[in-house]
Design a protein around this ligand. Structure first.
Ligand SMILES: [Zn+2]
Length: 384
């Protein structure tokens, strides 16, 4: 992280803390750069195998145009399943449109059927070789599947066909991060937990004497795109992780950031959740630790949707909150399994907006030596 992005309060706190704290961790949570829609059918037509009667062709083409436009809107609003139905119909009326197959692939990808998505993108590429949208989206599919080598190879293909695109900087960042991930000691994605993956560089926990963790959540006032439900999502994330720890980990909300151990902020500026110049995160979390003891944490969540004209889905916000809160409670690393909230790639339909069995087992193992919470539950508001 770079300190100059921190606000004045953080700076003053940091000045006091740097003498005792030695470790900073950030999140390398990768945003899937998959949201590339073929937004026009222009030029996407290839001559069909059989000539169509001009009299029949016009109404069909108009119907395909209508289905395509409607599906595009649905995809932007995160209604992948409905979009899929329209695009299936469009593809049956006009099987030779690369744009239809590309967006159908995206509809499958966003509704979690990655294998079928890859099939549709390949069909788009057969009709329109080197189509940049389909190339990029296939890369995202392999990233979602955790097939890192394939993902890198498709991203590199994409850079070759559109090196001057707006996404190319982001793609280069993603390639670098994927390469770094693939060099880490692999851990088996089918184990009952991913404890090894989150402790490979040391084991970090909130010390017993600092529990409950005092959490401050900024109001989000004035942050573009902020919705009141986001605060609820963040609270639910703290609830989910503490519950999964067997309530060995506890937190309370505090009304002032100066009283907090964990400060949670919102931003609409992707640069504020970027790590060392990368542009590929949905959120950011840092812990400040001394030896294995976490002393302080920060969470910052991006309120901007993936698509410029799109809507940030509730599920994507929930996933970002769960993931970043996971880091701040001690998960210092990522899961290699694409069904875990702590998977290293964000916004993939393979991750559900709830903790997986493995997420729960990992936090439980991290805090297993801590005493269980007493019978009388802590109040959810107030200081220590
Ligand atoms: Zn992360």
């Amino acid at each position: 992280m770079s300190l100059n992005r921190e606000n004045a309060w953080h700076m003053s706190r940091l000045a006091k803390l740097t003498s005792i704290l030695g470790v900073l961790f950030g999140c390398q949570y990768l945003l899937l750069p998959t949201a590339v829609l073929a937004d026009s059918r222009q030029g996407a037509y290839q001559p069909g195998p059989a000539p169509v009667q001009p009299a029949n062709r016009r109404p069909t083409e108009a119907e395909v145009d209508r289905l395509f436009a409607e599906a595009l809107k649905l995809l932007r609003e995160n209604h992948a399943f409905q979009a899929r139905q329209l695009l299936e119909k469009a593809a049956s009326l006009e099987p030779n449109s690369a744009a239809v197959h590309c967006n159908l692939g995206l509809a499958y990808q966003n509704s979690g059927n990655i294998d079928r998505a890859i099939q549709e993108f390949n069909e788009a590429l057969r009709l329109k070789p080197a189509m940049p949208e389909a190339t990029l989206n296939i890369a995202g599919c392999y990233q979602s599947l955790g097939q890192t080598a394939e993902a890198i190879s498709w991203y590199e293909k994409y850079l070759k066909v559109s090196s001057d695109s707006a996404e190319s900087k982001q793609i280069k960042d993603v390639i670098e991060a994927l390469k770094a991930t693939s060099q880490k000691p692999a851990s088996d994605p089918s184990l009952p937990d991913y404890f090894l993956a989150i402790t490979s560089e040391g084991t970090y926990r909130w010390p017993i004497e600092r529990l409950p963790i005092r959490v401050f959540i900024d109001s989000g006032a004035g942050v573009k795109g902020f919705r009141e439900s986001f605060r609820h999502d963040l609270l639910e994330s703290f609830d989910a992780w503490t519950k999964a720890s067997g309530n060995r980990l506890r937190y309370v909300l505090v009304p002032e950031r100066t009283e907090a151990d964990v400060v949670c902020d919102w931003t609409s500026n992707p640069a504020e959740v970027s790590e060392a110049g990368t542009q590929s995160e949905r959120g950011m979390a840092h812990i400040f630790a001394s030896h294995g003891d976490i002393r302080r944490g920060t969470v910052k969540i991006l309120t901007k949707p993936t698509l410029d004209e799109g809507t940030l889905s509730n599920d994507d916000m929930k996933k970002a909150c769960l993931h970043e809160v996971g880091h701040v409670v001690g998960m210092q690393g990522h899961s290699p399994n694409n069904h875990d909230v702590m998977f290293f790639t964000v916004d993939t339909a393979t991750v559900w907006p709830v903790l997986s069995k493995r997420d729960k087992a990992t936090i439980a193992r991290l805090y297993e030596s801590y005493p269980e919470a007493s019978a009388s539950p802590e109040p959810q508001q107030g200081g220590r």
